[in-house]
Design a protein around this ligand. Structure first.
Ligand SMILES: [Zn+2]
Length: 322
């Protein structure tokens, strides 16, 4: 793994109070900031990106689109927001309360506004003066597709592809864990056997793709970070049915791998919620695979150095950087 100081940047100042894992995270973040690949905003997990870093994201995205081309998925995008009603139908707050991003605005009149100005001047908490709108930030960019899917899918089912921003409220100093990040998602809604075959296809495809980028990748059965006590049962169900497979890259050592892609089999979960049926009348199944574009790009910067101009020609060609 390339941890050398190949881009002329200083190494992060050593902080003896950090665990070795946190020190490795701080060092990687420092290299990304010092090289200008990421631009700080003052909030952990929220960064701007320079054009070099954006080119890497676009290259990864283009390569992923080529991989998906045989299925000719329908390409579409949605804004990085969900109607609150969809958010609640999916049950996001029940499962992931701590990650949610509901949108609030000011709906008061002149009196309340006067109070708002006073609190702003005083640096006081103004949250009680705001009201929840009918929007939430999107936590996974496949959700809008189930909500807007035709209620009756055709024989062959439907394949979609999308790229979009997702929000998860998990501030962290780890550059592999952002609060607002982009995903490329491939989505399949079809009869159960169709969806399972599609899932097997991507299981192989995704691992091969990430290895070809020079990343050390393994796969493992995983569960979502469900919140609280009711979440425990959901975790068990997900693990025992092997519904979530993660593609884990080695950025901070073999014992601290990070998922940069996950393949999820929802069975009839979304079909049931949104009333999607196959031509034979059964509830449609669905599966999606999401690729964290920044996570893959950060893993590449860790592996090959923060200056893509110095990456090998084969990799640069694959990512359309050469
Ligand atoms: Zn998804």
């Amino acid at each position: 793994m390339d941890r050398s100081n190949d881009d002329g940047n200083d190494l992060a100042p050593a902080d003896a109070t950090l665990t070795p894992l946190d020190a490795a995270r701080a060092d990687l973040l420092h290299r990304l900031l010092a090289s200008g690949r990421l631009l700080p905003t003052g909030v952990d997990g929220l960064y701007g990106r320079d054009q070099v870093f954006n080119s890497v994201l676009d290259g990864i995205d283009a390569a992923l689109n080529l991989l998906a081309a045989p299925e000719a998925p329908i390409a579409a995008t949605f804004p990085p927001m969900l109607p609150r009603v969809t958010f609640d139908q999916i049950g996001y707050l029940r499962k992931f309360a701590d990650l949610a991003g509901p949108v609030f605005s000011f709906l008061g009149g002149p009196e309340e506004h006067k109070e708002l100005l006073k609190r702003l001047d005083d640096g006081a908490d103004y949250a009680p003066l705001l009201t929840q709108t009918d929007l939430t930030l999107t936590p996974a960019c496949c959700y809008p597709f189930y909500a807007t899917s035709p209620k009756s899918i055709e024989d062959a089912g439907a394949s979609y592809t999308t790229r979009g921003y997702c929000f998860r409220h998990e501030p962290s100093k780890d550059p592999m864990r952002l609060q607002m990040f982009e995903q490329r998602e491939q989505i399949r809604v079809a009869a159960p056997e169709e969806v399972q075959a599609w899932r097997n296809l991507w299981l192989e495809r995704a691992a091969e793709f990430l290895s070809e980028l020079g990343l050390d990748v393994t796969t493992d059965v995983a569960s979502d970070p469900f919140f609280g006590r009711p979440g425990r049962l959901m975790k068990q169900h997900q693990l025992s049915q092997q519904l979530k497979i993660e593609f884990l890259v080695n950025v901070y050592g073999d014992d601290n791998r990070t998922a940069c892609s996950s393949l999820n089999y929802h069975q009839d979960h979304f079909g049931e919620i949104f009333g999607i049926r196959t031509p034979s009348g059964e509830i449609a199944h669905s599966s999606c695979i999401g690729f964290g574009l920044e996570r893959i790009a950060v893993a590449l910067c860790n592996q090959h150095g923060v200056n893509p101009d110095r990456w090998g020609l084969k990799l640069r060609e694959r990512l359309r950087l050469a």
